[in-house]
Design a protein around this ligand. Structure first.
Ligand code: ADP
Ligand code: ADP
Length: 230
């Protein structure tokens, strides 16, 4: 697992919106940091800058001590796994094909991809025999989220970025996904940045919590117990 460091990271969109202003934050290797704050405070923009889907207008991003601010996003994909709220599964591909996306892009041999897909479906608690050949619209919301997490982990990235990955499912499924994610995390120990607008979720999952306000301003950054004043 790699540490992530943001140094004075800023993003102003061309329309003048200041989404993130001079954010500095370090995520220690192997820790799970939750970014929490109201809608529009810049959380998604921060993740999208880390994986280079959005170009920062200022500052630097380091993976371990390497400056990746200008890195090629395609190269980064091997090192950074990304899971998002609506999962973004390809509707015309099966569960197995979806999970295999990044390893295939990376040109892994077929047998290795197959083996890895089995391992991942197992890790996220989906029976590959039963669900592997299904299409995303033949799954429940919670099952789709599992596939999204499996896909994000597929190429064994050093960092995991998760943007409200469990927000679209009902509260019961959500609690289960959170518990299972914690169990999975205890096993794989990925450095993770997890975005949520839900304070309970941030507290339940985070080793540390970054509380953000409008403009991506960091208000607090501490372990949950400290944030809750215990
Ligand atoms: P969050 O994830 O916390 O809801 P976002 O990062 O999505 O916040 O958005 C932060 C701010 O940047 C918001 O004011 C949003 O409207 C604005 N924003 C996001 N994407 C764009 C874009 N492509 N162009 C202009 N403004 C944007
Ligand atoms: P397409 O060529 O169809 O646009 P991509 O090759 O861009 O698809 O990406 C395939 C999938 O890989 C995306 O849907 C995305 O969810 C996933 N993915 C995995 N890691 C990353 C990452 N670091 N950045 C962006 N997407 C990623």
């Amino acid at each position: 697992a790699a540490a992530i460091r943001l140094d004075g990271l800023s993003k102003s969109y061309p329309n003048g919106t200041v989404a993130v202003a001079e954010l500095s934050l370090s995520v220690p290797a192997g820790e799970l940091v939750t970014l929490v704050g109201p809608s529009g405070c810049g959380k998604s923009t921060i993740l999208r800058m880390i994986n280079r889907l959005v170009e920062p207008t200022g500052g630097h991003i380091y993976l371990d001590d390497e400056d990746i601010t200008d890195a090629d996003p395609v190269v980064l994909r091997r090192r950074i796994g990304y899971a998002i709220q609506d999962v973004g599964l390809f509707p015309h591909q099966t569960v197995r094909e979806n999970v295999a996306t990044v390893p295939r892009l990376l040109g892994w041999p077929r047998a290795k991809v197959r083996e890895r897909v089995d391992e991942l479906l197992d890790l996220v608690g989906l029976d590959g025999g039963q669900y592997g050949k299904r299409y995303p619209n033949e799954l429940s919301g919670g099952q789709r989220q599992r596939v999204g997490v499996a896909r994000a982990l597929a190429a064994d990235p050093v960092v995991l970025l998760m943007d409200e990955p469990f927000s679209a499912v009902d509260p019961i499924a959500r609690t289960r996904l959170q518990e299972e994610f914690l169990r999975l995390q205890a096993e794989v120990r990925k450095t993770t940045v997890f975005v949520t607008h839900d304070v309970d979720e941030a507290v339940r999952l985070g080793d540390r919590i970054a509380v953000l306000s409008e403009g991506g301003k960091l208000e607090q950054y501490a372990p949950p117990a400290e944030i809750l004043g215990r």
